[in-house]
Design a protein around this ligand. Structure first.
Ligand code: PLP
Length: 397
């Protein structure tokens, strides 16, 4: 399955000089001919030509009208929540990104904005959670780390029926695989730190809206609160976007091969990948996504933190680190890293087992990646021979 876009056609050359790469306008201010008379830019917090170019490109890619670039994904999420008033409520996906959970619970709750967390793969659960105060539905699809898929079209219909804004955090899919605004969402946000930047060298966030008036509100908060993306980081995102479609295709094809390989490995318990027919939301994923993404999670038959740690410390191409979506493969252990602050019972209820391992499949050769996983799994069985004796015997047969 190949995902294609018109991406490269959206990135223009510099009209003034013909520069093929968008120039980095590393300037704080712009000279005015007379007070208030300028060339469209007066101060770089408000608007900067490099950032502006990035915003035009992402608006087009996400099929929106207005985009705003922020200094992190969380700053982008923060700008969306600022659309609400004290007393309003949010309905959010239950396995929401931990940083968004912290923002909702530790920052916005004290300003009177409360959030209900529901399993958004269950449309009835969403409808039941709606109150007259609900103003925003917050979806991630696929989610982290078990890659649950929510039905964006159906949720957009519910949101429209009740006059609630629908925002989709599209970080895991990227606009190459899914354009939530076309499915009926009002707002898309990205941690551009991940696939859009794509090289693990920049922290950035993006908001795109369908409605220009809503976009103008976001732009107001971008300028009024000031968490803007700098010119150099904007340049890095444009550079990342130039290869996004190629990178995503490669991430997807290697991830799919790895998911299938893991599924047959005797030491592996469960594999989470929307492209596998065993994934509970596989049919929806097939309909909604152009391909299944570059993240694969799996648990071990020896469901202990020790076994998972033996794996994540014995890979060499998969580097042990937080984050995802870069050219270099990363491995993480959610139970002791990203999901550590969540109560153990709650964590397990959300499917984050003690041995769950998340892979962000990079752009290295797929066979090398499989060999790396194979070696680390062999070392896991060497560290934990007792529990895995049965599984290892099966492997020999
Ligand atoms: C990383 C991430 C964020 C936060 O983005 P930052 O750039 O780290 O601030 C938000 N949502 C998702 C799904 C993420 O993976």
């Amino acid at each position: 399955m190949q995902a294609t876009t018109q991406l490269l056609y959206s990135i223009p050359v510099d009209a003034q000089t013909g520069a093929i790469a968008v120039p980095i306008y590393q300037t704080s201010t712009f000279v005015q001919e007379a007070p208030g008379v300028n060339k469209g830019y007066d101060y770089s917090r408000t608007n900067n030509p490099t950032r502006h170019e990035l915003e035009k490109i992402i608006a087009k890619l996400e099929a929106g009208t207005v985009a705003a670039a922020f200094s992190s994904g969380l700053a982008a999420i923060d700008a969306v929540v600022k659309l609400l008033q004290s007393g309003d409520e949010i309905i959010a996906v239950d396995d929401i990104y931990g940083g968004a959970y912290r923002l909702f619970e530790k920052v916005y709750k004290k300003f009177g904005i409360n959030t209900n967390y529901v399993d958004t793969t269950d449309l009835g659960a969403i409808t039941r959670a709606i109150t007259p105060k609900t103003k925003l539905i917050w979806i991630e699809s696929p989610t982290n780390p078990t890659l649950k898929i929510s039905d964006l079209h159906a949720i957009a219909e519910i949101a429209q029926r009740y006059h609630i804004l629908l925002c989709v955090d599209n970080t895991f899919a990227s606009p190459v695989l899914q354009q939530p605004l076309l499915a009926g969402a009002d707002i898309v946000v990205h941690s551009a730190t991940k696939y859009i930047g794509g090289h693990s060298d920049v922290i950035a966030g993006l908001v795109v809206t369908k409605d220009p008036a809503l976009g103008a509100e976001i732009k107001f908060y971008q300028n009024a609160c000031g968490a803007v993306l700098g010119p150099f980081d904007s340049f890095l995102l444009i550079r990342g976007l130039e290869t996004l479609h190629l990178r995503i295709n490669q991430h997807c094809s290697s991830a799919s091969i790895i998911a299938r390989y893991l599924q047959t490995h005797p030491l592996v318990d469960k594999v989470y990948y929307p492209g596998l027919s065993s994934h509970p939301n596989h049919h929806l994923a097939k309909r909604q996504l152009k391909n299944y993404g570059g993240i694969v999670s799996f648990s071990l038959k020896d469901d202990t933190e020790e076994a998972a740690k033996a794996f994540v410390t014995n890979t060499s191409l998969f580097h042990l680190a937080e984050s995802l979506g870069g050219v270099k493969s990363l491995v993480s252990h959610p139970a002791s890293m990203t999901h550590k602050s969540i109560d153990a019972l709650k964590r397990k209820a959300a499917g984050v087992k003690d041995s769950l391992i998340r892979l962000s499949v990079g752009l290295e050769d797929g066979r090398d990646l499989i060999n790396d996983i194979e070696t680390a799994l062999t070392l896991v069985s060497a560290t934990h021979p007792q529990k895995l004796k049965h599984a290892a015997q099966k492997e020999k047969c």
